[in-house]
Design a binder for this molecule. Structure first.
Ligand SMILES: Cc1cc2nc3c(=O)[nH]c(=O)nc-3n(C[C@H](O)[C@H](O)[C@H](O)COP(=O)(O)O)c2cc1C
Length: 368
């Protein structure tokens, strides 16, 4: 039922593309908050997903299939039961930071966000709103644990660089102490907070010596990069991650390559695209990133195979996933898991709570 309200918002959005861009962004930002709060509260009845079984064991954790949400959908660890009942393979909360954050407010708009429906693109300038790790690490996520739970964490730009990394390590230990959490994703790629990406190797080394090497329970840690990363930089960073005994990579987070992706935007939405990227900035997500995430993941998987590792190191793909063919493409190149955000809502609007069932049934028929 709730998906029909999302559908109405989509319909309105398609009709108002010639309204002033600021007004459209205001409507979308307010609408996102309103609809997400509704989504978190919605009750999804338990569906029967027994007819597909694409489970896979990674790091000794049983994932129910190849697809689950990308970070940012359940910022404060809401919605676990929704993910379970809709048929997600796993659940990831966050991105959270050590300290609570309100997120960005700019030009009179709280948590700026817009969906360009015709282009199947979203742009967000949220800036990591969350309740902070002290609170979130103590919050119970699952009443009954059914699918694995991950947590996405990041340095906070409210601290100086030295303190921010120490606080991140404190957060990692907070989640380590919470046995509900099965894996961690370190977000190294949020475009909406001012944080240097330089010194990444030194930072990863610090996380390795102060956390990875000292973990006293299996708690895999993957690092999420932007889809804007250059292939060679990605491969170099994989070498570092492997050597430091991290457990995987996620490629990737939203893009800030506004010039490159401008060509993919529907003519009727260019005015909104330009206004958002010029006045707010923000990260681009959606369909137009699928080729980029696929080719980076392919290079990553090939590289990892050549390294002949003696520990598990997996590639997770996010960005641009919105249909069964994307899952097939990922499986064909050896991606272990997929996450979706923008495409999830496209499909939720069409299929409601059958959002995973539909794609997994299609996947099943393609496989047989
Ligand atoms: C509104 C919004 C909020 C997001 N918040 C986060 C976040 O907190 N942490 C993160 O790692 N990625 C965040 N992302 C990025 C997504 O996790 C994902 O990497 C990106 O949107 C590309 O996937 P997609 O094309 O399926 O949307 C956010 C994306 C959107 C649209």
């Amino acid at each position: 039922m709730l998906n029909l309200i999302f559908k109405l918002a989509q319909f309105i959005n398609k009709k108002i593309t010639n309204f002033p861009a600021h007004l459209i962004i205001y409507f979308n930002s307010w609408g996102r908050i309103f609809l997400m709060n509704k989504l978190y509260k919605t009750k999804v009845s338990e569906l029967n997903h027994a007819n597909f079984n694409f489970s896979r064991k990674l790091w000794n954790i049983e994932f129910k299939g190849p697809l689950f949400n990308a970070a940012g959908m359940f910022k404060n660890n809401e919605g676990y039961t929704i993910a379970v009942n809709q048929g997600a393979a796993a659940y990831i909360g966050g991105t959270s930071t050590y300290n609570p954050r309100l997120g960005n407010q700019a030009r009179g708009i709280k948590l700026p966000f817009v969906t360009l429906e015709k282009s199947k693109v979203a742009i967000n300038y949220l800036g990591l709103p969350n309740l902070g790790d002290e609170v979130l690490s103590r919050r119970q996520i699952a009443i009954k644990k059914v699918i694995p739970i991950g947590m996405s964490v990041m340095r906070s730009n409210d601290y100086s660089a030295d303190i921010a990394i120490e606080k991140l390590i404190t957060s990692l230990w907070l989640y380590h102490n919470n046995t509900e959490i099965d894996f961690i994703e370190i977000n190294e790629s949020c475009p909406n907070v001012q944080l240097g990406v330089e010194d990444i190797v030194a930072r990863l080394e610090l996380i390795a010596t102060k956390f990875i090497q000292l973990r006293s329970r299996p708690l895999p840690v993957v690092v999420k990069f932007s889809v804007d990363i250059k292939t060679q930089d990605l491969l170099d960073l994989i070498d570092v991650l492997v050597q430091l005994k991290f457990d995987g990579v996620n490629i990737g987070n939203t893009s800030t390559n506004y010039v490159k992706y401008r060509d993919y935007i529907d003519a009727s939405e260019l005015k909104i695209y330009d206004y958002f990227t010029q006045k707010f900035g923000g990260g681009i997500s959606g369909k137009l990133l699928k080729q980029q995430s696929l080719s980076l993941c392919e290079a990553a998987v090939l590289h990892i195979k050549q390294l002949n590792l003696n520990h598990e190191f997996h590639v997770i793909r996010s960005a641009g996933i919105d249909c069964v063919q994307d899952i097939v493409d990922s499986e064909n190149i050896g991606v272990a898991l997929n996450q979706w955000y923008t495409g999830y809502f496209e499909n939720y609007i069409k299929y409601g709570d059958l959002v995973y069932t539909k794609i997994m049934n299609d996947f099943g028929s393609l496989k047989t």
